[in-house]
Design a protein around this ligand. Structure first.
Ligand code: DC
Length: 229
């Protein structure tokens, strides 16, 4: 299939989800939220009282479970509907409990191998936009358009606060800042697929950009790449 893949990587709160969803909606791409996959396996481990470092048990139960990721573009809050054994866990995977634990589970190499395979299968079946930490470096290194987003910490805290509010959750600014910095540190320093700027990607600092400006910029890069420029 023709390579029509966009990858969006970057640290927590850099605005990946918002822009990836908009690109998917406006350009008719399938949205693949790779973070939701790591969150789903983390929830599975928590609910089954599995030690978060016990890779084998998490994989065993994941393989026995029916985990589905459905594109659901008409619902802003459940853009990717995550279904575990017939139960909609789209909101459960956004809880603080899962947020605090997901960096531990996503460090495990077997878990990453398992999910990267799934992500590649999904991306190979339709033109897609993938969002995560390693989508341009490991999952789809040959993607036609690779973007790395950044934003300053104050702006990222503000965005996370808004997102939590949408999900009826609240944390103080200092708690959010601490949570983001801890997650960044773990995601960037881990041995397996750390968060890096993928080779050949365009780095965009979104701190002072509107979502419309960001969309136009990425759309133009994508179109140019599709035309081979
Ligand atoms: O984007 P998010 O906050 O939903 O991601 C949750 C966690 O999953 C994040 O702390 C790191 C991990 N993750 C990862 O390791 N690789 C990805 N491709 C996506 C997310």
């Amino acid at each position: 299939m023709e390579n029509k893949i966009i990858t969006i990587d970057g640290p927590a709160g850099s605005g990946k989800s918002t822009i990836a969803k908009l690109l998917a909606k406006k350009l008719g791409l399938v949205y693949i939220d790779t973070g939701a996959m790591y969150r789903a396996l983390t929830l599975l481990a928590i609910e089954n009282n599995i030690d978060l470092n016990d890779e084998k048990s998490i994989l065993d139960i994941a393989k026995k479970s029916e985990l589905k990721f459905e594109n659901n573009v008409n619902d802003e809050n459940k853009y990717t509907k995550v279904i575990l054994n017939g139960r909609d866990i789209s909101l459960d995977i956004r809880s603080k409990k899962v947020g605090d634990a997901v960096s531990i589970v996503s460090k495990l190499s077997g878990i990453r191998e398992y999910l990267v395979k799934l992500q590649r299968e999904m991306a190979s079946s339709s033109p897609s936009v993938l969002e995560g930490r390693d989508t341009g470096s490991i999952v789809c290194p040959d993607a036609i358009c690779k973007i790395y987003l950044t934003a300053n910490i104050e702006e990222r805290v503000k965005r996370r606060e808004k997102q939590l509010c949408k999900n009826n959750q609240s944390l103080s600014k200092s708690q959010i800042k601490c949570e983001i910095e801890t997650r960044d540190e773990i995601d960037s320093s881990r041995e397996n697929s750390p968060l890096i700027v993928p080779e050949g990607s365009t780095v965009i600092d979104t701190t002072f950009m509107t979502i419309e400006n960001e969309f136009d910029l990425i759309k133009n890069i994508y179109i140019k790449k599709l035309k081979g420029k």
